[in-house]
Design a protein around this ligand. Structure first.
Ligand SMILES: Nc1ncnc2c1ncn2[C@@H]1O[C@H](COP(=O)(O)OP(=O)(O)OP(=O)(O)O)[C@@H](O)[C@H]1O
Length: 466
């Protein structure tokens, strides 16, 4: 039986033109000097014509991995229990900082990073933190930048109003979000340090991921005109070329880098029996070195077999979800296809200016128009992911996630090095010094209601684990 669910809205807002990294300044896929990095995808980035036009077609630069300089300076965001004054580093900190993530083999990246558990000093409360600005808002919550009063480090705290969660029938999802996030430990997943509640709100304390949303980077991105021309002038008409200039999309190697990191995260989650169910660029954050962290586990669920709940974001829903059939991990592989398509094209394949109903019709019809500039290997992978036939969908077959990893589009990806963040990211967010710099996030009107008020708590019994 299909369970009545909740569908989120996809962001549509365009990039703030006043932002310091707007397209008028420079292409966002141009690596910055922040952190002393030299990106391995530098030569494949949007405006680096010399290498893109010849040697890097299809993203061969993924082969050229470097040891990243992640630990040259101590990060001031997260990586440590907010109650810990810094005198004793937890095991989890050294893991999160990247210095001691154990080597993983090419075939079992999933299981290799599961061992470390977070060690915290105790239960948190509002008085442990000083609230700073809002980092983001969503369907159910608001995420604040906060500073620990104990170690002065910065964290992100997601605040959910209990009454709102109950009204929107999200009690089970919210409890699952806490449970799933507490359970997982992976380089490309956000770290949850703990949760607490007061009479009105639920709080989730996470590492502050400083580099902003992949969504914002995508909306700022532009495949360089010259790049494009050098690449395609032999086989493309001028009209197609001019059309492509309007689109906010990533060059092939850049999309491949992010897709590969997401693939590793899905591989890990599925190995834990968890479906993520809300893949989209808005939920992919960049850390200070440009590596991905998946946030928002609001729809993540431990599903050993199949489930029926209708949830997600319309553009990213698999046909078996739209059709209210039972479904499993296969939906994440479909969404990976939609994500790769959006990164390569700047729009989602079933998008329709009209209502979500139109999008659902398009999903069920299943016709995808692949723009001519998509690399043939990428198109082949997309056709195998965005397929309604579950017996054919890559990731859902006998080989599982390895089938995706072994696809030709990912041929040059050295998965074990990627899992260790040993391949430099294509774009390093210009985070200044790392001390609570939230400049990569859009500005939002601040919450007017005070947190921590005492009073009746009619819903508290529904959230005992918080
Ligand atoms: N750990 C974090 N560090 C920095 N920013 C974060 C973090 N977690 C979330 N955010 C920001 O807050 C936004 C909203 O968070 P989240 O997606 O968890 O809320 P939500 O209510 O489930 O949103 P939605 O309805 O859009 O899915 C994110 O898109 C991101 O910009």
């Amino acid at each position: 039986m299909p369970t009545l669910g909740f569908l989120k809205k996809k962001k549509t807002k365009e990039h703030d033109p006043n932002s310091p990294t707007s397209p008028t300044d420079s292409s966002p896929v141009t690596p910055t000097s922040a952190g002393g990095h030299k990106s391995s995808l530098t030569s494949a980035s949007a405006n680096t014509l010399s290498s893109t036009n010849s040697s890097n077609k299809g993203g061969e630069t993924m082969l050229a991995s470097h040891t990243t300089s992640q630990l040259t300076s101590a990060p001031r965001s997260g990586g440590q229990d907010p109650l810990n004054d810094g005198s004793l580093l937890s095991q989890a900190e050294s893991q999160t900082n990247g210095s001691s993530i154990r080597p993983v083999s090419t075939t079992s990246a999933a299981s290799s990073q599961t061992a470390a558990s977070r060690t915290t000093k105790g239960k948190y409360s509002l008085t442990d933190f000083t609230l700073k600005r809002t980092l983001g808002t969503g369907s159910f919550g608001r995420v604040h930048l906060v500073q620990s009063n104990h170690n002065q480090r910065y964290y992100a705290v997601k605040v959910l109003k209990k009454a709102q969660v109950v009204k929107m029938k999200q009690v089970e999802h919210t409890n699952d979000e806490r449970k799933m996030l507490q359970k997982v430990k992976h380089a490309f997943l956000v770290t949850l340090w703990g949760t607490f509640q007061d009479s009105k709100n639920l709080y989730m304390v996470m590492d502050f991921v400083e580099g902003g949303e992949l969504f914002s980077l995508l909306r700022k991105s532009q495949v360089s005109d010259l790049d494009y021309f050098e690449y395609h002038y032999q086989s493309y008409t001028l009209i197609e070329y001019l059309y492509s200039r309007q689109e906010k999309r990533f060059p092939n190697p850049v999309a491949k880098f992010y897709a590969a990191e997401v693939t590793l995260a899905l591989d890990y989650l599925h190995a834990q029996g968890i479906i993520y169910r809300d893949l989209k660029p808005e939920n992919l954050l960049l850390d200070r070195h440009g590596h991905l962290k998946i946030t928002d586990f609001g729809f993540a669920k431990e599903v050993p077999d199949i489930t029926w709940t209708l949830c997600g974001t319309p553009d990213y829903l698999a046909p078996e979800v739209v059709a209210s059939k039972g479904y499993n991990k296969s939906v994440d592989w479909w969404s990976l296809g939609i994500l790769i398509f959006e990164m390569l094209c700047g729009f989602t394949p079933f998008w329709d200016g009209g209502s979500p109903m139109k999008i659902y019709e398009n999903i069920l019809r299943g016709k995808v128009k692949y723009p001519p500039y998509i690399h043939p290997d990428a198109q082949d992978l997309l056709q195998r992911l965005i397929t309604p036939d579950l017996t054919k969908r890559l990731g859902n077959l006998h080989g599982g996630s390895k089938d995706v990893m072994n696809h030709a589009w990912f041929a040059e990806v050295t998965w074990d090095r990627l899992a260790k963040k040993d391949i430099d990211a294509p774009y390093v967010p210009p985070v200044q010094g790392g001390v609570g710099d939230a400049s990569q996030f859009d500005k939002y009107p601040e919450e007017t209601e005070k947190y921590g008020e005492k009073g009746p708590d009619p819903h508290g019994y529904l959230f005992r684990e918080f």
